[in-house]
Design a protein around this ligand. Structure first.
Ligand SMILES: Cc1ncc(COP(=O)(O)O)c(C=O)c1O
Length: 473
């Protein structure tokens, strides 16, 4: 019997069924079968803290945490209790629930914006921000940062990726790009499209800090040219700083978007910003047309807002951010030492900010490699760690960090042998792939990535600074 059928019997069966029923076999591409080697858990049964159990009963220390949506840990008790209490009182009514105001107060007190609207997914929030900016400025063009891999599932962004089938060219032409920490590229955009840019959207950071006041300079240019600045804090929010990277970098965007860790895995996101803009989605103004800002049936489910309040309280009362940075720093140090010990430090690099680390796998020629990534994933999974990235949570304690470093040490011993004699003796089955590829026939035109799989963007950024490698962490 093969190792796959021995260790992952139920997973394999579910994957076969999933492939028939769900395009891609999974409802989120970044969790899909093609993102992992074949010796990997196909489906998760449950999670607790920083541990998960797959459907075959195998246990793992997990990094990645639901595409970074779980900041405190799986099934975090205070969040679960708040959700249970809310559910007892019903989840959705004909008029707004009282908790909508409570959650808005808690959020605005923490982040410091003037108004907020909650929704379900990060994509709702970023797309709402783009619509609002277009309505406010009366302009059609939007600029997003080319070094940041994901902003929305909507056409205005997906049209910029290689997976743009089904998106009309007329829509694709309305999104243009600039580079992070490259103010000349921003100036160039404004020069090339005078009076046409509604907004610039970017993440405040993807590991590399803004250089030479980049964010402030972008803001100055936006003000001068009449465009809005949108900071997408989907990942940086509740990781860089409890009040967002905007607080850390001392910048007040016109609009900002949050999601992911805001609800510790529950579905809640937020579009926040200055009253001057947000009010256009309201009922009071008469000076401008109304904007359909965000309004969905499930947008303010009580239990999701209860999860958000409980999560925000934890960040307010406990040193969550410090913990994430501390544990990430220990991980990075331990893994770097292991890489040096095995002589692979030129081929395996931990990148990013300690609260949100990723890694790059480079082949014998120093080229980013999905095959080596697959081997590394396979060998860490064999040792009880599931690490598509190195994203820690509040429940990653010292024991988890120590066990992970041991597992990585073992995996890198195999990695070192593979660098000497090739991966074929070691990797079982086909390698992983990047999400944003145009075809499934392995034509390799993979110049975009998901936040979980930084490899493809590494292709684009190799030869540049190491922090650029972190751009997709
Ligand atoms: C920076 C960023 N913005 C927006 C999104 C979209 O969020 P969601 O997947 O919740 O729609 C993501 C998702 O990965 C993201 O990483």
């Amino acid at each position: 019997m093969s190792e796959q059928s021995l260790r992952f019997r139920k997973s394999v069966r579910l994957q076969e069924r999933g492939r028939e029923l769900i395009p891609g076999g999974s409802h989120t591409y970044a969790k899909g079968e093609d993102q992992y080697p074949i010796l990997a858990p196909g489906f998760i049964e449950r999670g607790l803290g920083c541990h998960v159990w797959d459907v075959d009963g195998n246990e793992y220390i997990e990094f990645g945490m639901g595409n970074r949506s779980v900041g405190l840990g799986h099934a975090y008790p205070t969040v679960v209790r708040a959700v249970e209490t809310a559910l007892q009182g019903g989840s959705n009514f004909t008029r707004p629930a009282r908790i909508e105001v409570d959650c808005a107060e808690t959020f605005l007190e923490l982040i410091g914006a003037q108004m907020v609207k909650f929704c379900k997914d990060g994509s709702d929030a970023t797309s709402g921000a783009v619509r609002l900016a277009r309505a406010y400025t009366g302009r059609d063009l939007v600029a997003c940062c080319a070094d940041h891999p994901f902003f929305s599932t909507d056409d205005w962004f997906i049209g910029t990726t290689p997976m743009n089938a089904g998106i009309p060219e007329a829509v694709r032409k309305l999104t243009v790009t600039f580079r992070y920490n490259d103010i000349a590229s921003v100036k160039d955009l404004f020069d090339r499209h005078p009076g046409r840019l509604a907004a610039l959207i970017l993440e405040p950071s993807r590991g590399d800090d803004p250089v030479d006041g980049f964010l402030h300079e972008v803001q100055r240019l936006c003000r001068e040219k009449g465009a809005l600045l949108i900071l997408d804090e989907m990942i940086t929010g509740f990781r860089w700083h409890a009040a967002g990277a905007q607080k850390l970098y001392g910048i007040e965007p016109d609009l900002s978007t949050f999601g992911k860790a805001l609800g510790n895995g529950f579905s809640v996101s937020a579009l926040a910003g200055k009253r001057e803009y947000m009010r256009l989605g309201g009922l009071e103004h008469t000076d401008r047309p109304r904007v359909f800002l965000l309004s969905t049936t499930h947008g303010a489910e009580t239990h999701a807002l209860a999860a958000a309040i409980a999560t925000m309280r934890t960040y307010q009362n406990e040193a969550v951010i410090e913990h994430l940075h501390r544990q990430g720093t220990k991980l990075r140090k331990g893994i770097a030492e292991a890489a040096r010990r095995h002589g692979v430090d030129g081929h395996f690099k931990v990148v990013g900010r300690p609260c949100c680390l990723a890694y790059a796998t480079l082949d014998p020629n120093g080229k980013p490699s999905q095959t080596y990534r697959s081997l590394f994933l396979q060998e860490t999974i064999r040792r009880g760690v599931l690490m598509p990235s190195l994203v820690v949570s509040y429940t990653h304690d010292d024991t988890a960090v120590m066990k992970t470093i041991e597992a990585v040490d073992g995996a890198l011993a195999v990695y070192a042998q593979a660098l000497e004699s090739g991966t074929s003796r070691f990797l079982v089955g086909r390698p992983t792939q990047v999400v944003f590829r145009r075809f499934n026939n392995g034509d390799g035109r993979a110049d975009m990535t998901t936040p979980e799989n930084p490899q493809a963007a590494n292709n684009a950024t190799m030869g540049q600074s190491e922090t650029r490698l972190a751009a997709t962490s």
